[in-house]
Design a protein around this ligand. Structure first.
Ligand code: GLP
Length: 235
């Protein structure tokens, strides 16, 4: 695993966008695993700028997102589908039909988990998986647990996650308490993993990548990944 420290959010975002752009150049129809949250916003701005400049072409790219809140329809402004449409998909020349997220409003969540697992497998697992990290070490919505959850599953969100994510909602009561997430299996099967972490994540990055591998800190499993890069902001 490589840990690259950069000075600023802007440098982190520019480097992450360059790495993703290089992946798309190498394999124009690659499968990108994508993430939500504040961390990738600058990266998505960078991808948008490259497409605008004509140096990046998303026309054949396929995408799978890590996770989605349960109970929100795709047109809900708080849903991750809405986030992705707004912050990336509408700003690059990707074919929306090639973009995939779990459906948090599916009537049968177990069937939805099985569908999404089969979908990601049928697409051949991500060529590159972009990740953020929660303050408790979660990746996607894989919260600290006694075992690493392998498959797509629904999860009860940790209090700290609900609190952290409430900044994006009017009231904390509006934050969904459950989510559906890709498991650790799909993340580990990605051919490359790129985790981006702001300066506020320094402590958890240390615990996850310089401490023991344990499901109590889900991101720590990436120490065992064959090609994982972490970009950490210094300030
Ligand atoms: C959310 C998402 C994660 C994300 C994490 C960190 O809960 N499910 O995929 O990586 O929180 O978010 P942020 O980048 O906003 O700190």
């Amino acid at each position: 695993m490589r840990i690259i420290e950069v000075e600023s959010y802007e440098k982190m975002s520019a480097l992450a966008a360059d790495i993703i752009a290089a992946q798309v150049l190498l394999k124009p129809d690659c499968l990108l695993g994508l993430a939500t949250g504040s961390s990738p916003l600058g990266t998505y701005d960078g991808l948008h700028a490259k497409c605008q400049a004509g140096t990046l072409d998303f026309s054949q790219v396929r995408t799978v997102n890590l996770d989605e809140y349960c109970g929100l329809t795709p047109d809900n402004p708080q849903s991750y589908r809405y986030f992705m449409n707004k912050n990336l998909f509408s700003r690059v020349n990707v074919d929306l039909a090639n973009t995939h997220l779990p459906d948090g409003s599916a009537p049968d969540m177990q069937a939805e988990c099985d569908r999404y697992e089969a979908l990601v497998e049928s697409l051949g697992w991500p060529d590159l998986q972009l990740l953020g990290i929660g303050h408790n070490g979660h990746i996607g919505f894989n919260e600290p647990a006694e075992e690493f959850p392998v498959r797509v599953h629904t999860v009860q969100l940790a209090e700290s996650t609900i609190k952290a994510n409430s900044r994006l909602f009017d009231r904390i009561e509006d934050v969904p308490t459950q989510a559906v997430t890709m498991g650790i299996g799909a993340i580990m099967k990605a051919r490359r993993v790129l985790l981006i972490a702001g300066a506020d994540k320094r402590e958890i990055v240390d615990r996850a990548f310089r401490g023991p591998v344990t499901p109590a800190v889900p991101a720590s499993v990436l120490q065992l990944h064959r090609d994982a890069t972490v970009i950490l902001c210094q300030g």
